[in-house]
Design a protein. Structure first.
Length: 276
């Protein structure tokens, strides 16, 4: 079932994405079982209580305890299903290394706004600079980054997320205005960006953008790389709130960081025409 469902889904390019796909497959199997079970019960009821065999209504109702036993059995069965789904998920979250905060990981802030994704990388010092409301300028400083202190070497982009392949990634998702939905379909990630909150999400990309584009050859999406979509209706221009993610080899990613640092040192504008 999982492999069949994956044929209708975006290409899987995340280390942990298969867990979501497996759960999706289990849920569809459960839906199939419930559909057959309740459908059969419905057909039986229509046949058993058809008007030709029951011309007069019964005002006494059911006098046996059979229905009570049936209801208790259904409740117990559904409770077991819920527990059965919850226990594996609990142990995955509790013990899987994806949530091991002691590991080496790349941290990036993603700040949503109508209608763009602001990406904020720490500089060579590895620490994010402070952001202040009074410094916000929609044209030159949309997140209000304070360039004094730790923010002096920080890198910012708009709608362009660059990450290394096969590295643990931690994104901090937040919003400046309304609720947005940060979505990376190929990574099987979706997280609401909520004003006043900064929500961390974790993943590891397993396929560079070049490898991903090669897999798309001959399909309807040929030539189109990883896209960042907004999965929440966030205003009248929601349709154009789209960003792009580039997954590099580690060496290429480090070279990109160096290039961006040079832009900051030289005072030049950033290059928004990055390749996917």
């Amino acid at each position: 079932m999982t492999e069949y469902l994956q044929s209708f889904m975006p290409i899987l390019a995340s280390e942990m994405g298969h867990l979501g796909d497996n759960l999706n497959g289990l849920v569809h199997w459960l839906m199939l079982v419930l559909f057959i079970g309740w459908g059969s019960f419905f057909i039986y009821t229509l046949f058993r209580f058809r008007s030709s065999k029951n011309p007069k209504a019964s005002y006494d109702g059911i006098t046996s305890h059979y229905s009570t036993y049936t209801e208790v059995g259904v409740v117990a069965f559904e409770a077991l299903l819920l527990i059965g789904f919850a226990i594996p998920g609990y142990f995955v979250v509790k013990y899987d290394k994806v949530l091991d905060t002691t590991r080496d990981e790349v941290e990036v802030r993603v700040v949503a706004q109508q209608f763009a994704w602001n990406i904020h990388y720490p500089g060579a010092d590895g620490k994010f600079g402070n952001t202040r409301v009074e410094l916000v300028d929609e044209e030159t400083n949309p997140i209000g980054l304070d360039r004094d202190g730790y923010g002096a070497d920080d890198i910012t982009t708009i709608n362009q997320l660059h990450l290394p392949v096969d590295k643990n990634i931690k994104l901090y998702i937040s919003s400046k205005d309304v609720i947005h939905g940060f979505s990376l379909p190929e990574m099987r990630l979706k997280q609401d960006a909520i004003p006043g909150m900064q929500v961390p999400i974790y993943f590891k990309a397993t396929m560079t953008s070049e490898e991903f584009l090669a897999k798309l050859e001959g399909t309807a999406r040929e030539g189109m790389g990883y896209e960042i979509a907004c999965a929440q209706l966030c205003g009248n221009s929601h349709y154009r709130m789209k960003g792009y993610m580039t997954v590099h080899k580690e060496e290429d990613y480090n070279n990109w960081l160096l290039e961006e640092a040079e832009y900051i040192d030289s005072g030049d504008e950033d290059d928004w025409d990055d390749e996917w």
